[in-house]
Design a protein around this ligand. Structure first.
Ligand code: ARG
Length: 489
């Protein structure tokens, strides 16, 4: 069913002033919230009900809400605050609600505002008076903070599994192409030869740090706010250690006001998510470039490309473009929630109800972007011949030539750089590669150059020589593949 009280399109809406006044609105009484309506004689205006209700969004917290309620109830019984009999009825009622929601039989009501009151009201329908004892020594403020932390914790665990799978796909491709040469770029100008495997392993490192950022955020968020109640704690003899442990938290939060008023755990999740989105976007952009006709470095699979309705020859990298584009949503979610939280006085403010939509959307976006990225990388077919052919242009081994002049002739690097520049100019004039410049012509620039220089001018030799720690030599890339499997998989 629709949970929005009014889904009418704006042009069909009744007079906005009438809608704003409960006194002239005969339906207002139907909107009275039975959970708090005690001293209200008339229900909220239609627009009030609509701006207040969050059930369309926070129903996604139902499993966490029920789990936290069960933990709270068990603790109330253990502490002698609620009878064992009532506790049993509450726990069974909550299990019934869980089944109802999972099977789609639960009716969510906008008049009950949010997931917390929808669950509690249904519990009252199911078990009667005992349901009212569940809310002893807690408030929706600590309830929502607890539910949301549990949800974000689970979201982090889900993203971590996907990040690991993307790393695995990249590592497999890197292993297959540990010795496949390609141009490495700076300024998107061909710079020095590298291996395709080495390039892919750069993303494995980025994603490893993304996992680390999420793990850090998870460690900090894993404290339980339940029992902070509205903001000040409670006079009941509750056991916060017990509820924290039952819900898998490391410990209860230390300050009741902080417990209900901060959402930095959600901000950290979004911040880590925004950085991840940027990494995925850069990878996606490279896929777009690599599969374009000017490059032709890789082919993407049918499963992750689309055709054109007018140009029969087209194969468009839509999935990669969308991963690139969707980064904007995740960054927007972070800036959106930062702006909501900025300047809010302690403790809880209803503004904070705006915290869930950006987090849910960012999670959905990241999860889908990761799924698409995993598929694209697994299916991607690099073209070693095209990658190698691209190394022929751009005098990629110019640095190797300069290094040889330093090593073999003992020249200062600055002078070697200058001499190499002059040789590159001659190669340009002859429209040939550096390795094809005749020795006599090189000697015209620097008489001490010998035949041996040609040994360093091949692309294969160049990458093989880059053996400094973290370098692109195929031997190191193979070792880095093995190390990455140890570190990340
Ligand atoms: N739906 C609310 C939220 O998400 C729950 C907490 C409401 N607390 C309150 N004092 N009105 O923030």
């Amino acid at each position: 069913m629709s949970t929005r009280p009014n889904e009418t399109a704006p042009e069909h809406e009744p007079d906005p002033a009438a809608a704003a006044s409960p006194d002239t609105d005969p339906a207002a009484e139907d909107r009275v919230n039975p959970m708090w309506g005690g001293h209200f004689s008339v229900g909220p205006a239609e627009a009030m009900a609509r701006i207040n209700a969050s059930i369309d969004v926070d129903r996604r917290l139902y499993a966490q809400d029920i789990a936290a309620s069960k933990a709270h109830c068990a603790m109330l019984v253990a502490q002698g605050i609620v009878s064992a009999q009532d506790g049993e009825a509450i726990a069974q009622g909550l299990d019934t609600i869980s089944r109802e929601i999972e099977s789609g039989k639960f009716t969510f009501k906008a008049a009950l505002e949010d997931i917390h009151m929808n669950v509690e009201a249904r519990l009252a329908e199911l078990i009667g008076e005992a349901a009212g004892r569940l809310h002893t020594a807690r408030s929706r403020n600590d309830q929502v903070a607890t539910d949301f932390r549990l949800w974000v914790r689970q979201a982090i665990d889900g993203l971590d599994r996907q990040l690991r799978a993307l790393q695995a796909a990249l590592i497999d491709q890197a292993e297959a192409h540990a010795a496949t040469v390609m141009p490495g770029y700076t300024h998107l100008q061909a710079a020095q030869p590298v291996t395709f495997g080495h390039h892919l392993l750069a993303y494995v490192e980025m994603l490893g740090r993304d996992r680390g950022r999420f793990a850090d955020a998870r460690t900090r968020l894993n404290e339980c706010p339940l029992g902070a109640a509205a903001l000040a704690g409670t006079s009941f003899p509750i056991d916060r250690e017990a509820t924290a442990a039952a819900l898998g938290f490391d410990r209860p939060t230390a300050n009741s006001i902080d417990s209900v008023s901060d959402r930095d755990f959600a901000l950290e999740f979004l911040a880590a998510g925004a950085v991840l989105a940027i990494h995925l976007s850069r990878l996606a952009e490279e896929l777009v470039i690599w599969c374009s006709q000017g490059f032709g470095f890789i082919a993407l699979s049918d499963a992750f490309t689309t055709g054109s309705s007018i140009m029969p020859q087209k194969r468009n990298p839509d999935a990669a473009e969308l991963v690139r584009g969707k980064a904007g949503r995740v960054i927007g979610a972070l800036t959106g929630l930062l702006t909501v939280m900025k300047g809010l006085p302690l403790a809880y403010g209803k503004d904070m109800q705006e915290d869930k939509e950006p987090v849910f959307d960012a999670y959905d976006t990241l999860s889908l972007s990761l799924a698409a990225s995993i598929g694209m990388i697994r299916d991607m077919r690099p073209d070693p011949a095209a990658l190698e052919a691209a190394t022929k242009a751009g005098f990629l081994t110019a640095t190797d030539l300069a290094d040889w002049l330093v090593r073999a002739l003992g020249l200062p690097f600055r002078e070697a750089h200058h001499i190499t520049g002059a040789i590159v100019r001659r190669a340009e004039a002859r429209a040939c590669a550096l390795a094809e410049v005749p020795l006599s012509e090189m000697q015209a620039v620097e008489p001490c150059i010998t035949e041996e220089v040609f040994e360093v001018l091949s692309v294969a030799r160049s990458v093989a020589s880059r053996t400094s720690f973290g370098g692109t030599a195929p031997t190191l890339v193979r070792a880095a593949v093995a190390a990455a499997r140890e570190r990340f998989l």
